[in-house]
Design a protein around this ligand. Structure first.
Ligand code: NAG
Length: 454
């Protein structure tokens, strides 16, 4: 009796193992329909339309009226950015926005690169597509898609695009760059149906690259962009030649990760932990809990009832700027919350920060951008893509002030062909905007690596 049970159990395990092995491999996605109402019959309109960012006097006057009508509210004394965006500095920002910021000029800057829109799965997808002007004899530009996150936009890449397109050394790769707006962000249409998550975005972006005529290409991303580009690599490992991310949240907790959490502090070498790894991974229990509560409130709101909180931000440019730019302060350097001005101008210009806010404001996309969190978390953690490794050659740039830190030994658990893992000299969450030179170099190096090894 026991013997039979044992044999049955053994066989069962074997079958399960074979089955699990089989299931490994490629992630599958179904075509979606995210447009209004039912999916129409017949082929999709796959035309590509040039697009220009535009503005009108009415739009600017409406903004100014709302800025003039803001009701200020004093921050507590000596609170800096610890209670959220400091009101004294907010008054300064609003005054700059109202009197000095020139949206028309920024619109021209946005239009410096060619924009396009094309319909995929029922919604308009917006993207910037930049080709290098001149190429050396016999060389080809390498297509690279760069995907932004929240609360960023395609504009985050405006500083890095020229660096990747006009490399300083002749050995460097020249890229042709495509920066889409995630559906529901900026000038991409928001999905009209529930359930649009990272895999759905990845499926659409892979289709976009095919539509542009690329059978093989590279992808790069931070924040949601890192999830989406990772999903792109999982969906189409033959099309995505290489992946570079500057955000690698700890993946599924496997045995090695568990052991490294338990013993990594005492035996860092055993798990390949650097000093920086130990510092980042093992803060005091108090810091761990306090930081988690203090810095993730926005995530809780956006993952549960985005439409309620979002409505206020959709009406008030000042509220929207405070909500978005507080992240550009704290996510650039956690110590910036102890500064009166949130350190915002240490790494960014007000023109760049406000341009990013204006992309959300004029496209009315804050609510739909927040919904991406809801769709992400409501599906639970046990998603097929979360369990699936990535088999595409990958590079990870690990910036010291990134929100979540994953040591190399964790990253290799998920990214099986990790080619480069670079502890970066400085920088935080908005790497493309904050440290374009460093990010461009690492993207280029990790891609060249993959090129040569082919
Ligand atoms: C949500 O995002 C996290 C972090 O990127 C990821 O680990 C998880 O798999 C995502 N869930 C879904 C349903 O995409």
């Amino acid at each position: 009796m026991y013997k039979e049970l044992a044999v049955a159990l053994g066989l069962g395990t074997l079958v399960a193992l074979v089955f699990l092995k089989k299931r490994k491999g490629v992630l599958k996605a179904h075509d979606g329909w995210w447009g209004v109402g039912a999916c129409p019959q017949g082929p999709e309109d796959d035309s590509i339309r040039p697009f220009k960012v535009e503005t009108t006097s009415e739009e600017i006057e409406d903004l100014h009226r709302r800025l003039d009508q803001t009701r200020s509210f004093p921050s507590l004394e000596d609170s800096q950015f610890n209670y959220g965006f400091n009101s004294k500095y907010l008054e300064k920002l609003v005054s700059y926005w109202r009197n000095d910021f020139n949206w028309r000029k920024q619109v021209d800057k946005l239009n410096k690169y060619p924009h396009f829109k094309t319909k995929i799965e029922g919604i308009d997808i917006h993207y910037v597509h930049v080709k290098p002007k001149s190429l050396a004899e016999g060389t080809r530009a390498v297509p690279l898609m760069m995907v932004h996150g929240w609360p960023g936009s395609f504009y985050e890449f405006y500083g890095i695009i020229p660096l990747l397109m006009e490399p300083s050394s002749p050995d460097d790769i020249t890229f042709e760059i495509i920066c889409p707006s995630i559906p529901g962000y900026g000038f991409s249409e928001a999905p009209h149906k529930k359930g649009f998550d990272g895999v759905c975005a990845a499926h659409i972006f892979n289709k976009l690259m095919k539509r542009l005529g690329f059978n093989q290409y590279y992808v790069q991303g931070g924040d949601w962009g890192s999830l989406i580009t990772t999903n792109m690599a999982q969906l189409e490992p033959n099309a995505v030649k290489g992946l570079h991310i500057n955000f690698a949240p700890p993946g599924k907790a496997g045995l090695l990760m568990m052991l490294s959490i338990l013993f990594g502090r005492r035996f860092p070498k055993l798990f390949g932990f650097t000093e920086h790894d130990v510092k980042r991974l093992f803060p005091t229990m108090e810091k761990l809990v306090v930081d988690a509560i203090r810095e993730t409130g926005y995530m809780h709101i956006q993952s549960t009832k985005p439409d309620t909180a979002g409505r206020g931000l959709n009406d008030s440019p000042v509220g929207l700027a405070a909500y978005i730019l507080e992240k550009f302060s704290t996510w650039t350097d956690p110590e910036f919350k102890n500064l009166e001005d949130g350190g915002l101008e240490r790494k960014f210009s007000l023109d760049d920060l406000l341009t990013n806010v204006m992309i959300y404001w004029t496209s009315r996309s804050i609510i739909s951008s927040m919904r991406f969190y809801k769709e992400n978390f409501s599906k639970g953690l046990n998603q097929p893509h979360a369990k699936l490794p990535v088999y595409v050659p990958s590079g990870v740039a690990s910036f010291p002030n990134e929100l979540m830190h994953s040591p190399k030994s964790w990253v290799t658990q998920k990214y099986h062909k990790l080619k480069t893992y670079t502890p970066m000299a400085r920088g935080g969450h908005f790497a493309a905007m904050e440290e374009p030179q460093l990010l461009a170099e690492d993207t280029s190096v990790s891609t060249r690596d993959k090129h040569d090894s082919k």
